[in-house]
Structures are given as C-alpha cells and as structure tokens.
Design a protein around this ligand. Structure first.
Ligand code: NDP
Length: 305
C-alpha cells in the first residue's frame, strides 16, 4: 500500500531541510525523501563563510547541524532515489527505488549535479584522478600536481582548498576573466601554488591506469597543450536534478523549475525551492529562504484544500 502524507519534500539540502523544519513546526504530516547524504552540496563544500551567524564553518558540519535540527522535530526521512512524479487530480504520486508515496502538497528541492566536461578519458578516469569533490579527495593528492577547471566560485573556492595538499595547481579558465566573486579572485591571485591558464578548454584526459596528462585546446589558436598532472577537478557549473519531473509543465528550457516569488510552480500544490529552481543567486542562505517560503505556502494550500 502506498504511504500517504500531507506534504512530501524531495531533497534534504538546505532548502529541503528548512522546508521540513517549517512544515513540522506548522504541524503538517511531512515526509522528507533524500537520495544521498543529507546536506546536498554542503557536504562537498570545504568552508561556508557567508551564512550569517554560524561561519566560517565546514559545509559538512553545517549539514549535520541542519539535519539534526530536522530530527529534533521528528521529521521522518526516507533514503530513496525519486524516479517519477505524476499528478492525479489533487494527488501527487512519487515513485522511488524504495517505494511509492502519495501527498497533497509537494516541495521539490533536489538541487543540482555537476556538469561533466564530456571529453575523452573523463569517465574512464573518474575515481582514478578525475574528481568532482576536492573536499572528499583532496587529501589523496598530497605533494602532487593537479588541475582545476572553471572560473566560477566553486572552482576558485575548491582550488584554494586544494593548495593545502598539492605541490602545485593549474587553474584553467576558458575566457580571460573569472566568473567568481572578486574576493575569491583576489585570494587566488595571491596564492603562489596556483598557476592560472587562460583561454584554454579541456580536450582529453590521458594516462595508463590513472590520470597522467590533461590535454588542452586554446580557444583562439586551437593549438594543443599538455599538462602533466595527477589529478583533475572539473568545476564547470551545474545541471538541475529534475529528470523525474517528466512532462509536467514546470521546467524552463534548461530543466530548472520555474517558480514565482511564493515558490509556486505552474501545478497547483507543487512548490520548488533552492538550486533546482530558475533563479539568480544559488547560495545556502537563498536556498533556506526558498524552503521557508515554500513550506509556509504549502501549509496554507493544505489548509484550503
Ligand atoms: P558557475 O556557472 O558559476 O561557473 C562555471 C565556470 O565553469 C565558469 O567559469 C564557466 O566559464 C566554466 N565553464 C562552463 N562550461 C565549461 C566548459 N565546458 N569547459 C570549461 N569551462 C567551462 O558554476 P559554479 O559551480 O562555480 O557555481 C554555481 C553557483 O553556485 C553560482 O551561482 C555560484 O556563485 C554559487 N557558488 C557560490 C559559492 C560562494 O558563494 N562561496 C561557492 C560555490 C558556488 P565562463 O565563465 O566562461 O562561462
């Protein structure tokens, strides 16, 4: 038999966990569904220093504190991968690899996953030198040479984190300007272990059993360059985790969920919060704000229906 809840929240990142806290405080019968470890991207983030009142703090520690807070409100959590979402009248049906669930109101807070380079060798050497998590794997590159790819906040933040382990680090950007915040750029420019390589794109990852080389292509001349490295950390942006949404008309052309200021989607009773929404600023603090609004709006929807 399908388990039924008034509200289901998919995703236990900062937005989903905040929504869970607000929903439980509003007395709503709520279930939180999470595919991995609670915390979302927080778990892979070295340091959070722009969340007022708690920083600087390790992302993993903040994730644990948030999760413990949800548990202090007795928020039931199921660990499952959501495969499909359908709507039947007012009911929302969620199919997962660990059972099916039904709810009246739904908050989607599934965040994003890393964008892949999609170049030869990337998949083959993932876990053998190619890593998408500096915090998880940085320690394995003690006194080694690595490359970080990308010029956004993630790439620069993780490059700075890696300098405590590595002997040297190439930071590769495809333009001649960074996308990241000025403060991070200034820190990177001052870091002697970081060598910045501009206007180059990753072309291939090569090696025998593990990463040995990264081949780059110049964006203007198309000439190739070889870097001898032991590790490659691509941080080239994110893609929304919204595949399970299927044909529901709530996504934009890039797969992000379109919400209004009340976190409502185009489908009545379905809300979205955090990084999976089409928004300007993807931060822990904005995710939490989204989650709070979504839960309050879901609560008033449930009262009216
Ligand atoms: P971003 O989209 O901000 O940056 C992606 C970077 O990768 C850009 O420099 C982009 O280049 C480059 N890039 C994209 N595609 C390719 C490719 N195929 N090959 C090579 N380079 C490529 O992503 P982030 O993951 O850095 O950040 C995501 C969001 O999270 C942002 O809103 C960011 O501000 C936020 N964030 C905030 C943090 C903080 O405040 N401390 C920490 C981490 C993330 P180009 O610039 O040329 O497009």
């Amino acid at each position: 038999m399908m388990e039924k809840y008034e509200l289901i929240i998919i995703g236990a990142g900062p937005s989903g966990m905040t929504a869970g806290i607000y929903a439980k405080r509003a007395g709503i019968n709520t279930l939180l569904i999470e595919a991995g470890a609670p915390g979302g991207k927080l778990v892979k983030t070295d340091k959070i220093e722009n969340y007022p009142g708690v920083g600087p703090m390790s992302g993993a520690d903040l994730a644990i504190q948030m999760y413990e807070q949800t548990q202090s409100f007795d928020l039931p959590t199921v660990f499952a991968d959501v495969k499909a979402l359908t709507v039947e009248g007012d009911k929302k049906i969620i199919k997962t690899d660990n059972g099916d669930y039904e709810c009246q109101a739904l908050i989607i807070a599934t965040g994003t996953k890393e964008r892949l380079m999609n170049i030869p060798g990337e998949e083959e050497f993932t876990g053998k030198g190619v890593s998408y998590c500096a915090v998880c794997d940085g320690f394995f590159f003690r006194n080694k040479k690595v490359a970080v790819i990308g010029g956004g906040n993630s790439a620069l933040q993780e490059a700075l984190y890696l300098t405590q382990f590595v002997s040297s680090l190439y930071l590769i950007i495809r333009r001649d300007v960074f996308r990241a915040d000025r403060l991070l750029v200034e820190k990177v420019l001052k870091e002697p272990k970081i060598n910045i390589i501009k206007k180059e794109l990753p072309l291939a990852v090569e090696g025998q059993d593990k990463v040995e080389r990264l081949i780059l292509e110049n964006v203007d001349s198309h000439e190739h360059m070889t870097l001898e490295v032991d590790g490659i950390f691509p941080y080239i942006g994110s893609l929304p985790c919204t595949e399970f949404v299927g044909d529901l008309p709530i996504l934009d052309e890039r797969g992000y969920i379109v919400v209004n200021a009340d976190m409502e989607t185009a489908v009545s009773g379905i809300y979205a919060a955090g990084d999976c929404t089409a928004k300007y600023l993807r931060q822990v603090i904005t995710a939490c704000g989204d989650g709070a609004i979504a839960a309050q709006k879901a609560a008033s929807y449930l009262r009216q229906n």
